[in-house]
Design a protein around this ligand. Structure first.
Ligand code: FEO
Length: 392
């Protein structure tokens, strides 16, 4: 265990081996953070993924005999946090499960058990001895059941997925790692997990704005404890929840015989030559979750594919399906690609970007078989449009 504050301990599980979280690439692994509050009514805030149970249990036993636990707070039903509740309850059968109304529904559906639930709503408090815990429902950050728990006497917030990062480490605090690394991981996490719910994030931040935050203990990754780091992550969430972007461009493509790649490369060079921040990604080499982490910062998203059997390439189809679910707002898009004998497949490219909430910057540019020098040079028109857009 690791002491977070007086009588508050981290008792989670570090998942060093995790490399894929349902499609989200996790090259640095992750953690499932459980927290134990040792008070008159000992309280466990969340558990861990089922295979981390024994490790969590050994940490809990460093502090307390597990049978003494009186409350298990389930801030969120998803099984990376609630997956060990069943096993835990066998060791503390008298414990109550504290959760939101939707949390109760979700836990019943997952475990098919009628546990001793204590249902809480926003503003409710729970006295556990010297401490009072206050609850804030945060629907859709990340599921309808999500909520945050706040220890009033400690000024510690346990916001579950919010402010988290998929990052395994032997360190527990963000300031022990290097804040830029943690902020980058938190941005990727937000982009892939929370982005569709900007409106709900704004409501959650509004509900939390008057509470004093000395420490933020998310459910994944590092804990925020320095004042300046807490300000940084909260301010980042405000920016991302408002779908603000930087004056930058990201070029994403797939390619078959390198024609679309030639166009992507030319766009990249022309944009770069204008002094505009631009990044270039081939879908064959880059996981879509890493590309989403770039899109969240970019004002302009350029997407290119060749045509195969009247359709865009399958990699591009998967990427667009993911993008349509995440719906980055306030972005402009541009489409390009190459084709042999029919251009009809590009409509899917254009429609998908519109469905993802983006505005098409101009008509797409599509080259027959292999783009010639004139077609490549003509991409300058698009770059001028981007330059003007970003200058406005
Ligand atoms: Fe980390 Fe939505 O669970």
């Amino acid at each position: 265990m690791v002491k977070i504050a007086e009588n508050i301990y981290w008792t989670g599980y570090v998942d060093w081996s995790l490399r894929n979280f349902h499609g989200y690439s996790t090259p640095s692994g992750s953690t499932y953070n459980a927290y134990l509050i040792f008070d008159e009514q000992p309280t466990l805030i969340k558990t861990v993924k089922h295979y981390g149970f024994e490790e969590m249990l050994s940490r809990i036993k460093e502090v307390i005999e597990p049978s003494k636990i009186k409350y298990i707070i389930s801030n969120h039903t998803e099984m990376d946090h609630s997956g060990s509740i069943g096993k835990m309850l066998k060791l503390c059968p008298g414990a109550q499960i504290v959760c939101s109304p939707k949390g109760q529904e979700g836990l019943k559906r997952h475990f098919k058990e009628n546990w001793n639930f204590k249902i809480v709503n926003s503003g409710d408090t729970l006295n556990i001895g010297r401490r009072n815990l206050k609850f804030f429902l945060m629907p859709m950050v990340h599921w309808p059941d999500s909520m945050a728990t706040y220890s009033i006497e400690d000024n510690i917030l346990f916001p579950n997925d919010a402010f988290g990062q998929h990052y395994a480490s032997s360190e527990r605090f963000a300031d022990c790692i290097g804040i830029d690394v943690v902020v980058k991981e938190a941005t990727k996490y937000y982009a892939n997990i929370v982005m569709p719910y900007g409106g709900q994030v704004i409501k959650a931040l509004e509900a939390l704005k008057d509470i004093k935050l000395d420490t933020i203990c998310p459910s994944h990754g590092l804990i925020w404890r320095r004042k300046e780091d807490i300000e940084k992550i909260v301010s980042l969430y405000k920016k991302l929840a408002n779908y603000e972007s930087d004056r930058s461009v990201v070029v994403i493509y797939d390619t078959m015989w390198h024609s679309t790649q030639m166009m992507a490369q030319k766009l990249y060079e022309l944009i770069d030559r204008e002094g505009i921040s631009v990044k270039l990604y081939n879908l064959q080499d880059t996981n879509i979750s890493d590309i989403i982490a770039e899109i969240i910062s970019a004002k302009v998203v350029m997407v290119g594919s060749p045509i195969l059997n009247n359709k865009i390439l399958p990699n591009m189809g998967a990427f667009l399906t993911y993008l349509k679910g995440l719906k980055p707002k306030n972005r402009y898009a541009f489409t390009f690609g190459s084709y042999g004998w029919a251009k009809i497949g590009f409509k899917e490219l254009e429609d998908s970007l519109k469905e993802a909430g983006m505005e098409l910057l101009a008509e797409g540019r599509y080259a027959n078989y292999i783009p010639d020098d004139t077609e490549l040079d003509n991409l300058k028109d698009i770059v001028i449009k981007i330059k003007n857009l970003l200058a406005s």
